[in-house]
Design a protein around this ligand. Structure first.
Ligand SMILES: Cc1ncc(COP(=O)(O)O)c(C=O)c1O
Length: 412
């Protein structure tokens, strides 16, 4: 470090083109450093206002007439999200949860590849992905290093004529490692299979480039970097040419043509609405719309650049202050290979996580011994990283984490 760390953080904040976006969020306790936006993003001010109107005016006064507007909400928010993940209008829609969307799209992909049964995923993919896929057919597990992420060659070696679907996370939930989405997508297509990407840690954090890579299918949540709030509806992407030909397994009335004709048989539409099931959560939908608009306004390129710069600064402080205290970087060091969080390994990570929360820095913990530090670019300052790392260094130096229980809590 050429400059004292705090002066460097202040200089980076002064030069940050996204600095003003912090004021667009509710910051209830300015003394607390929130580094968990990769689990649950902060509340945007615009969302609070939009939900007030939705509750007081649209639900409170308009009642059932609200549906004339609400019926389009999933598509409207989907079009904004499409811009963030490099898809076209009409290719993304809000629907259900990530887990349910993964089930629907994986099932549709398997049905579209008769004669092939195998699903390829990796052993460090997010648990819900592995469980959903295992419920659908024989799974071929590729090994991934928990810190380095998915190895393209290992995926390529797992491909053969039995593989119907490859399903992976673009940004790894534990380490933040970004995998080679274009390279893997091309290899999967070459092998005659379909690809389904989980974008939970990518959407609103890094560019994805779905159309440029020719991706078939994708799913993702909105409560992390899209700041749509707890339990907000997830999204799904289906490439336009696949929409009329895929058969989704949950035949609900929101996928039906002439929905209010109440016809006897199921005759799904040919558009992205084909992948809907039932009545959508409207309040959550408005929250996605506002959150996605905020990210779109800032621009995904600028967001990713800041996320990586925050990560590089954090790693610099880790090397100088924490490595001597027994920490080890558990994320890729190379900026282009990281999403918007950085993970540190320490044998006492769970107790350190609790002690850090008591010191008013909010990270999270992932098994077995990883401390995850989320660097949501729209509201995290370089100074926040400095404060968090200073408090972390001080508490570990003083051994204060040893005062906390070693047993894991229900939620980590
Ligand atoms: C990569 C990934 N996939 C899926 C999920 C969760 O999906 P759901 O919203 O259905 O619980 C998460 C949650 O953190 C995740 O990180």
């Amino acid at each position: 470090m050429t400059q004292p760390a705090l002066a460097r953080a202040e200089a980076l904040d002064a030069a940050d083109p996204l600095a003003a976006y912090r004021d667009r969020f509710v910051i209830a306790d300015p003394e607390t450093v929130y580094l968990d936006g990769n689990s649950l993003g902060r509340l945007p001010v615009a969302t609070r206002e939009r939900l007030r109107v939705a509750i007081d005016v649209e639900w409170g006064a308009d009642l059932i007439d609200g549906w004339t507007r609400w019926i389009e909400l999933g598509r409207q928010a989907g079009d904004v999200l499409a811009g963030l993940v490099g898809a076209g209008p009409g290719e993304v829609i809000l629907s259900d949860s990530t887990s349910v969307n993964l089930y629907k799209l994986a099932s549709a992909a398997l049905a579209a590849r008769p004669g092939r049964r195998v699903i390829v995923t990796d052993d460090d993919n997010f648990p819900t992905d592995r469980y959903v896929l295992a419920g659908l057919g024989p799974v071929r597990l590729v090994h991934s290093d928990v810190d380095a992420g998915v190895d393209t060659d290992a995926v390529v070696h797992a491909l053969d004529d039995d593989v119907a679907l490859v399903s992976l996370s673009h940004v790894a939930y534990r380490s933040g490692a970004v995998c080679d989405l274009p390279g893997i997508t091309a290899a999967v297509h070459e092998a005659g299979a379909l690809v389904l990407w989980d974008l939970c840690h990518s959407a609103g954090a890094v560019p994805v480039g779905l159309a440029a890579a020719g991706v078939d299918l994708a799913v993702g949540c909105t409560y992390k970097h899209l700041n749509a709030g707890p339990g907000a509806p997830a999204f799904l992407y289906v490439r336009r040419d696949l929409q009329p030909v895929l058969r989704q397994p949950i035949q609900g009335w929101f996928g039906q043509s002439d929905q209010f004709g109440m016809g006897t048989g199921y005759a799904p539409v040919d558009t992205i609405e084909r992948f809907l099931v039932g009545t959508p959560p409207v309040l959550g939908g408005y929250a996605v719309l506002e959150g996605a608009r905020l990210s779109a306004e800032a621009g995904i390129g600028a967001i990713a650049r800041k996320g990586r710069a925050l990560g590089a600064y954090l790693i610099e402080l880790h090397d100088a202050w924490l490595a001597p205290l027994g920490f080890r970087l558990a994320s890729p060091r190379e900026d282009a290979r990281r999403g918007a969080h950085v993970t540190l390994h320490h044998p006492d990570a769970w107790r350190i996580c609790q002690a850090l929360k008591a010191a008013r820095v909010i990270p999270d913990h992932r098994v077995p011994d990883r401390l995850r530090l989320g660097l949501a670019p729209l509201y995290t300052r370089f100074v926040d990283v400095h404060i968090a790392m200073s408090r972390l260094r001080a508490l570990v130096q003083a051994g204060r984490h040893r005062e906390f229980p070693a047993e894991r809590a229900r939620v980590t």
